[in-house]
Design a protein around this ligand. Sequence first.
Ligand SMILES: [Zn+2]
Length: 622
Amino acid sequence: MVEIKKLRSNFEVRFKYNDLLFNFLKTIPKEQCQTKLNSILLSDNRIKEDWYRLTNEAGLSKIISFCRDNGIKFNFENLTPSESAELVDKLLEHNQQSKDAIELKASGIDVSGIDYSFMKIEPYEYQKQAVAFFETTNGNAILGDQPGVGKTLSAISYAIKNNLKTLVVVPASLKLNWRNELLKFTNEKCFIFKFKPRKKDNIITYTKDESLFHIINYESLESYFDFNYSHKCTNYNCKWEGVTEVKKYDKCPNCGRMKVVKSRTYHLINKEDKDGESLNPNNYELIVLDEAHYIKNPTAFRSQIIKKAFKESSKKILMTGTAIKNRPYEFFPLLNLIDSKEWSNAHNFGIRYCNAHQDKFGHWNYDGYSNLEELYRRISPYFLRRLKKDILKFLPPKTYTTIPIEIKSDSLKEYKKIEDGVVDETQESDDKMTHLARIQKLKQFTSMYKAKQSIEFIKNIIEGDEKIVVFSQFISASEYIYEQFKDVAVWFTGKHNMIEKQQSVDKFMNDDSCKVFVGTIGAAGVGLTLTSASCLMFLDLPWEPASKIQAEDRIHRASQKSDNIQIIKLICQNTIDVDIDNLITAKEQIISKVLDGEIIENKNEFSIFDDLLKIILEKKNN
Ligand SMILES: [Zn+2]
């Protein structure tokens, strides 16, 4: 018989020594199950064989489940029969859910026959499998698919299938991308916090009420939440108490004495932003965090907001393409958010899984990894990761993604000023070089802007263990990116000599640690073999669709039929980028019929430049 006593936040588990149970307890993580007292030496030197364990709910759920499976009786000594029955049900259900999730993964998930007609476009089988996994985990899961696999649609399908009011938290640069995906694949509407398109842009916005999906970027969360701290003066004559936004007082605001105020835990408080908008976490049935490693630093303000604000939310889907093995420690905040009882202690996690050790100043270093097999086993009930190579049969050889970049208002003003200048100066009779030089000014501006925005995307790709090629027309923009990734990148432009160029290509192709190839399209867009990359990013587009296709072929060879490559273009909204993209896309469709694998001799024939000029002249005449 195992006697269990409920304490304030833990449980005391007491039993007579028993090999089976004793050995099982050793497998429970230390922070969930600690030995309080394992034997008592009696005065006559006999050992009293009673064993005590102090355990939290996560540990207790394992113990109870084990007792059930092995016919060991247990009893709650300080709970009523109905209280204990309720608790046992809850704990066993949690345990069963984990077992089901693991089984589901092991057996391969059968999704045939499930109706997906609520989507405009049917998801791939592996995306439906992710939905089935979310359902088994009751909406508490980490989707760790490699970048390029299409995680967004899995989360979207799950939310719609179960009609869940959903808050999606994303990096700012992905807000519009989410909106596009939602409108393209579903019949649902979405509301974006702090999204105020100008009237003339003709972008439809939806209200909070009519939208199943609400989207907010991580930074904007700070507009809706604040922290309050409670304080107490320990000066006996004062005893001041207060709840304020001040984290810590050097001296008591009441009696003025130094270092007497004890400051304690904080509460999260809701507030309105300057437009009177608010965000109530309780309004949502599902929270989705895209690029969830944004909360990897637990002390950052946004991580604390998310932890507090969504603690009670019963369904949370965290998406990240980052490979755990690189730095397991950064996964702890994600696991803690999904199941705070199972993953309760960051330091213990660091000791067990991050090879934690102290440096000579006594500071802990958690950058390593250890016991990865065990970690994978423990996270398996919540964690689903598919590698690209495993789902290749579903993917087309090339996946195209357009990432719309929202340009901040002060930068947009600056851009419009340059654009107005260009429109004013432009005369139809000017020669082509003059036109080109003017228009390049606009393109250069957006390229530089996008270079800064692209850093996070590139990081995500690298952290998912893939290689990426980044092309721009501009040396300045490519240099900016190269500088950010210097340690893991090579740079290839017209100003490098032959030997340097060859070294860059060799390094990118053969050195595993070299992840980023940054090049100018003019210098690197033709002839090179860069097939170690699985991703290509166009910071800006060339004038001729043929150059674009040739650049794509740097990383994609028709002979590697089994491969899938991801091609990303970044498009600054409300700028010349949009016109260029529309023109290129239209021409590409024509050219792909003509080209059919051959290189076109006269690329200029298909240049979009003249059409772009027409657009600018039209602006002048309006
Ligand atoms: Zn005081």
